[in-house]
Ligand binder design. Sequence first.
Ligand code: ADP
Ligand code: MG
Length: 240
Amino acid sequence: MSLLRVDNVDKSYGDEPVLNDVSFAMDRQQVEVIVGPSGSGKSTLLRCINRLTEIDSGEIYLDDEEIHSVDENELRRRVGMVFQDFNLFAHLTARGNITLGLREVLGLSTEEANAKADDYLDRVGLADQAKSYPAELSGGQQQRVGIARALAMDPELILFDEPTSALDPELIGEVLTVMEDLAEEGMTMLCVTHEMGFARSAADTITFLDDGEIIERGPPEQLFENPEHDRTRTFLGELT
Ligand code: ADP
Ligand code: MG
């Protein structure tokens, strides 16, 4: 049984089709990387999976439950998300950003939530920044708080939407290292990224999305060395 199954999903904004008959499935502990040109529908696809955006037709199953029959808060606890622009609350400390969901969604006490937040900050190498506000942190540190926040909810799947695209080049590595560690620990991850080094080393499967359609999907060796489609070769050739 797949952890995530996307079946024949269509999505338009007004009369502009954005996702066209998208289907794929992921097992537990798999790392899937989605690549594709800007505007190809990558963010929309991720947002449909945790219902930040609603699909027009098709079905999406999490652990064999159609996501529309799952309570939205419960769905977002089970499916974490890490955003390109971090999406941290500026008025909350690193710890406060993590404890918010723990207290309000999971119902933990302040003490329990603080302890858990500090564990996860430690895990992303930020044990000493619990009381820092986002503006006092580098972009790489902010994104590591974002990852700790997602992890702390104990999700079954984490969606990453270009988690390093907003970072200065020298800060990308620290975020990719955290992601590589997670992949190694067996976290199920669906990652939109242009970091082909990460894709080669961490991905089990790469999906090439173009113009709202899955053009090709397979293991990294296949997509990089022996793609079936010229479009895949051209696109990946430009990234690497
Ligand atoms: P990607 O993440 O691959 O760059 P997106 O999923 O963000 O692509 O966008 C796919 C297409 O949908 C683009 O043409 C974009 O302009 C359009 N789009 C995205 N979000 C919205 C929205 N909220 N309203 C209208 N159009 C949107
Ligand atoms: Mg996007």
